[in-house]
Design a protein around this ligand. Structure first.
Ligand SMILES: Cc1cc2nc3c(=O)[nH]c(=O)nc-3n(C[C@H](O)[C@H](O)[C@H](O)COP(=O)(O)OP(=O)(O)OC[C@H]3O[C@@H](n4cnc5c(N)ncnc54)[C@H](O)[C@@H]3O)c2cc1C
Length: 394
């Protein structure tokens, strides 16, 4: 294992995409991931808007299903549906996505080392030295001019931001892949379905997404409230499945994970030769527990700056946090506040009533409007109705 110019820790969407961009530009780049097979441990529900499929030129092989509508089941189970004539998005096969991104980076010249875990780092000369543990337990030190922490919410090298200055809001999710008969499949196909209300999931929400034909992704996510005990997620998910009539379906896979982001994204993005990327610098959005396209955007922002730094102008990286904030947009933070406000408060009858009136207000919208609201965070379109929630006035 010879030393690369850039070492990336984590071959998730952000790390593998950055490896590709740097390799295409002729940089000697290595990406390591603790997973031995990127198709395994596919923890993400991986719903994305169609604009993300187009922008990042995702191939057919990573698309599990398309969707062109929304279905929201509110408190008490009232069902509302919105349908568009064209696809509004895709549910990706997250394992296939990671595998494809890593293969693409490798084809461009990046070195991809799987089964290698980064255990720590230290400054070394003008660069950094990273301690790696290999698949057979072997230890190895790799030196690089620049190291990128793309290890997701774990922040394996950057570590936790100081909680008093940059508190991380935590969402915890579990998801089961269930097999259903063709009739049940038809009920959930071609749309993203969300279950909203404290009787479904207190302090969170549930979902049913179409995966391949006859397979659904059913999950729940809850924001963690440090002030009190939390109901166990597995029980809540089983209750949700039972209530939807899916309780007896064979379960093909069970997975889950954490989404952790600071609301204002002011934490350090750089520590000398160490840079943070993707979820490691809070690009995951808490409103829908959604971050694949933002992780990919973070690599699009960092790549040109890192290339300038490699050409001898390291000061270019000073612009990284501001450019990434600009790329995510001012609505990104607003949606984080809305998420915190909405999900943490969703545990009383009064909160359910407020949610119900918000859902009633959305009845006149189109499916495209709903996508603009939930993926582009265009709350101001609904000014009088949604903005007070976003600003925390209600
Ligand atoms: C339950 C759940 C549902 C989700 N649903 C959606 C959704 O529907 N749509 C959406 O867009 N987003 C969703 N997300 C969020 C999305 O998956 C993440 O925002 C996205 O994967 C972040 O990409 P990343 O590259 O920054 O980090 P990750 O995808 O987390 O990749 C980090 C990589 O680093 C590796 N790694 C970690 N530590 C080390 C180490 N010490 N050494 C070596 N390698 C290491 C990991 O194995 C991993 O492969 C969901 C997340 C969860 C938990």
């Amino acid at each position: 294992m010879s030393d690369p110019q850039v070492l990336i820790v984590g071959a998730g969407p952000s790390g593998a995409d950055l490896a590709y961009r740097l390799a295409v530009a002729g940089v000697d780049v290595m990406v390591v991931d603790r997973l031995a097979d990127l198709r395994q441990a596919a923890f993400s529900s991986a719903a994305v808007p169609w604009s993300a499929v187009e922008e990042h030129q995702l191939p057919e092989s990573v698309i599990a299903a398309r969707w062109s509508g929304w279905q929201l089941l509110g408190p008490g189970g009232q069902r509302r549906q919105w349908q568009a004539p064209q696809p509004l998005g895709a549910v990706l096969d997250f394992g296939a996505l990671r595998h494809w991104l890593a293969r693409r980076a490798e084809a461009a010249g990046a070195r991809v080392a799987l089964g290698w875990r980064a255990e720590g780092w230290r400054p070394h000369g003008a660069g950094a030295c990273v301690q790696l543990r290999g698949p057979a337990g072997e230890s190895r030190a790799v030196e690089a001019n620049w190291v990128v922490d793309a290890s997701g919410q774990q922040r394996a090298l950057l570590g936790e931001p100081p909680p008093t200055q940059h508190p991380l809001v935590r969402g915890v999710g579990v998801e089961w892949l269930v097999q259903v008969d063709p009739l049940a499949w038809q009920r959930w196909a071609d749309q993203l379905s969300f279950m909203l209300g404290s009787d479904w999931v207190p302090q969170g929400y549930g979902w049913v997404f179409p995966m391949g034909p006859g397979v659904l992704k059913v999950g729940i996510c809850r924001l963690c409230d440090p002030r009190g005990p939390q109901p166990p997620l597995q029980t809540l998910l089983q209750q949700l499945l039972d209530r939807l009539g899916l309780g007896g379906c064979p379960v093909l896979d069970r997975h889950g994970g954490l989404v952790r982001s600071s609301i204002h994204r002011r934490e350090n993005h750089q520590c000398g030769p160490l840079l943070g990327l993707g979820d490691a610098v809070s690009t995951a959005n808490l409103l829908g527990g959604e971050g694949i396209r933002h992780a990919l955007s973070s690599s699009a922002v960092l790549a040109p700056l890192l290339l300038t730094a490699l050409s001898g102008k390291p000061s270019a990286l000073r612009h990284y946090p501001r450019r990434l904030r600009r790329r995510l947009g001012w609505r990104w933070s607003l949606s984080g506040r809305l998420a915190q406000r909405t999900w943490l408060g969703l545990r009383t009858a009064a909160a359910d009533r407020r949610l119900n009136s918000l859902l009633r207000g959305l009845e006149g919208c189109s499916a495209d409007d709903l996508s603009a609201l939930l993926f582009d965070y265009r709350f101001e379109r609904y000014g009088l109705r949604a903005l007070p929630y976003a600003l925390g006035w209600r």
